[in-house]
Design a protein around this ligand. Sequence first.
Ligand code: COI
Length: 330
Amino acid sequence: MKFIAYGVRKDEEGYANAWSQEHGVEVKLVSELLNKETVKLAKGFDAIIAYQQLPYEDEIFTAMKEYGIKDLSIRNVGVDNIPADVAKANGVRVTNVPSYSPSAIAELAISGLMQLLRRMPEFNEKLAKGDFRWEPDIAKELHTMTVGVVGTGRIGRAGINIYKGFGAKVLGYDVFHNPELEKEGMYVDTTDELFAKADVITLHAPATKENYHMINKDSIAKMKDGVYIINTARGDLLNAEDLLAAVKSGKVAGAVLDVYENEVGIFNSDFTGKEIPDATLKALMEQKNIILTPHVAFYTETAVKNMVDVSFDSAADMVSKGESKNEVKL
Ligand code: COI
């Protein structure tokens, strides 16, 4: 059995080599992303392991069929960049890493929120100038607030536990109800109800057609004045222009964004000394009360190790047993 892993970063290499040694499986690591050209490198391997945000091109799957490779194991959770029909038509089955570290995402969301509530951007700016005055940057306390969690899967629930630890009131919305949370009476029936009642709205839902731009000018209008919005899930969930307008008007008191709808090609690239090629992104970055990070919520030692270990285990299961608990229903 031998695998090829694409898009491998330096911080993944140690974990990948350790897995390979421990399991006695040859794994070729390449830094190139998987595309219709680089897929040629996979000839002769039994499985492909990949991580990328760029769309997986159709030709990848036709080449995999030609090379007799039936498994694509991705090192992340989201499968929204994989053409499901093309994968299926070419007999390629896909595994993901459904839960590399829900806490990694939830902790980043909450650390951003805490920075906003405690007015850290304002104090940092003032201190940099030598201004040690308090006013007007009075803070809010999280335990006095109601947090609305959209999506109560693993990440949403990791967040809920942290918010409860702070003493905040928590409301949840999800199409699928978690039985434990149901017992606690945490669910509201509609996003509108959650929008109307929450002081903080945090998104932990997948990018589906139904969820596209669920945060837009109409839904923002239904929210409380001075609401905080957190998106560490997928950029497509939120209309960035509408959010920007609402932050500028003061309707939205602040936002934490770790994702952005046009982030591909910008996040995890270096634009030092160059023009950032997206006016809306630039405008979001200029707002003091928007904490923006480049899709790094997942980027912790714990999560990265799990992404490597679990994806490699899944590839091994698919090749040796023909099944994996992490196979995604495409
Ligand atoms: C995912 O796992 O789908 C993520 O969003 C994190 C990714 C950027 C590695």
